[in-house]
Ligand binder design. Structure first.
Ligand code: ATP
Length: 280
């Protein structure tokens, strides 16, 4: 039986501007997206029993067709017209419904893995087109570089000069629904005024762009998100921000040692998920 073991990395948003609500209900966004080395483990196996099977075993994440990784494999299986079976085992290390893009990354990884295993020869662009039908963040994970993401997140431009950084990731163990956050977002007329630089000489330069239009919505309901930000800054982070629709907050550090020290202090303080990670 042919098998493949893959890593599906999480992302953080260094920037998330909501520009406008679109007639189709989505929002036009402008984001800076950065992958980090906090990864789910994905094992894909081909079998003689036709169909797709996904097992995950994490509370809050469905096995089977409800899983976005299932839909990714199913899309490629239909396109291939072959009768093989695909078994996918996901070990979730990325917190769920956390603003870290875990589900989207799982789907992107399955698209790339199944494309290779079935020898479909689909281009990166084609995989990204299929990916956006599954979720707006899926194309970014196929793109595989730090990016400026526009449109609903699928119009990607590589940002070549973003320095590596150490991050402390803190999730207060609450799930936040992305749909709820967008429903509660008040869009004002003051949009898209500021230009975002394309080059950042160091971590301090990255900190000058840190902003997330969704943050006040999530903080309004879960004040702990604001408290985590303050705590990261007190513990030496050069900057701190909520990622995506939250509730995960990340703090940025130039060096590993500072990040580890801050993570240690924060771990002592609460029953939260805390991890030290590097940018990819
Ligand atoms: P984003 O930042 O893109 O909004 P997120 O990190 O906030 O993503 P996910 O962890 O991707 O959110 O999960 C959102 C929802 O998707 C969960 O409620 C979960 O039940 C469902 N889901 C389906 N498949 C997966 C998967 N493979 N991993 C995680 N969640 C999944």
């Amino acid at each position: 039986m042919k098998t493949m073991k893959l890593k599906a990395p999480a992302k953080v948003n260094y920037r998330l501007d909501v520009l406008r609500r679109r007639p189709d209900g989505y929002h036009d966004l402008r984001m800076i997206m950065q992958r980090i080395d906090l990864c789910d483990d994905i094992e894909i196996a081909l079998s003689d029993t036709p169909g797709v099977r996904v097992t995950c075993g994490r509370e809050g994440v469905p096995d089977g067709p409800g899983n976005i990784a299932w839909r990714a494999a199913d899309a490629l299986l239909r396109l291939s017209g072959t009768q093989v079976g695909i078994d996918i085992a996901i070990t979730k290390n990325i917190p769920v419904a956390a603003g870290l893009g875990g589900g989207s990354s799982d789907a992107a990884t399955v698209l790339m893995g199944v494309n290779e295993m079935l020898g479909l020869g689909l281009s990166t662009e084609r995989l990204m087109e299929i990916g956006v039908t599954l979720g707006a963040d899926v194309p970014f994970f196929i793109f595989g570089k730090t990016a400026l993401a526009e449109g609903i997140g699928e119009v990607l431009t590589a940002l070549e000069e973003v320095p590596p950084a150490w991050l402390v990731i803190v999730n207060p163990n609450i799930h936040v629904s992305t749909a709820w956050v967008y429903q509660n977002l008040q869009l004002t007329g003051e949009r898209n005024r500021v230009n975002i630089p394309r080059f950042f000489k160091d971590v301090s330069a990255v900190c000058t762009v840190l902003a997330n239009d969704l943050e006040p919505v999530t903080v309004g309901k879960f004040s702990v998100v604001g408290e985590i930000k303050e705590r990261l800054i007190e513990r030496g982070a050069a900057g701190a921000l909520m990622s995506g629709s939250g509730p995960t907050v990340f703090g940025l550090f130039e060096a590993e040692e500072g990040a580890r020290r801050a993570a240690h202090d924060i771990t002592e303080a609460g029953n939260w998920f805390v991890a030290v990670v590097k940018t990819l």
